[in-house]
Design a protein around this ligand. Sequence first.
Ligand SMILES: Cc1cc2nc3c(=O)[nH]c(=O)nc-3n(C[C@H](O)[C@H](O)[C@H](O)COP(=O)(O)O)c2cc1C
Length: 135
Amino acid sequence: MRAIMLERLVYRSEATHKLGSLHLFNLLVQCRKRNSELGITGHLLYTEEIFVQCIEGPPAAVEALWQSIQRDDRHHNIELLSRGPETERRFGDWSMAFSSYAHFNKYGIPGFFPVDEEGMSEAAARCAGLTDALV
Ligand SMILES: Cc1cc2nc3c(=O)[nH]c(=O)nc-3n(C[C@H](O)[C@H](O)[C@H](O)COP(=O)(O)O)c2cc1C
């Protein structure tokens, strides 16, 4: 039996408190630093105090991060949406791409994708497996 090299996990959760820009940026910086060390890539969507996050990487790293994420009291009502082996990364270029309201555009954050009126961005669509296109 071949070992699984890559796993993807997607969950949804609710922010415990409304997160301001500074807290979100701190979270993103923290995510990107540790994810780079773990070989994790992915995407975080934050709108209406709801997170949807996709994390992908070596199974042991995904498991370690998933344990940390579930312990984090910045969010609750964590619901696992999907988890399983994959052959390709959807976010190979991003230690954590980030989608949220367009007003974040002004900060020039690399890997930021503004959402439209329906709360959808190119990266969020990719997270949901709706599209491969990511520019
Ligand atoms: C919505 C959300 C998403 C997170 N995503 C990540 C992530 O992608 N990578 C990461 O290292 N930490 C992420 N964190 C932070 C972790 O929950 C945790 O605080 C951090 O990894 C440190 O882990 P430790 O407390 O086990 O040392 C996230 C936290 C929240 C609330």
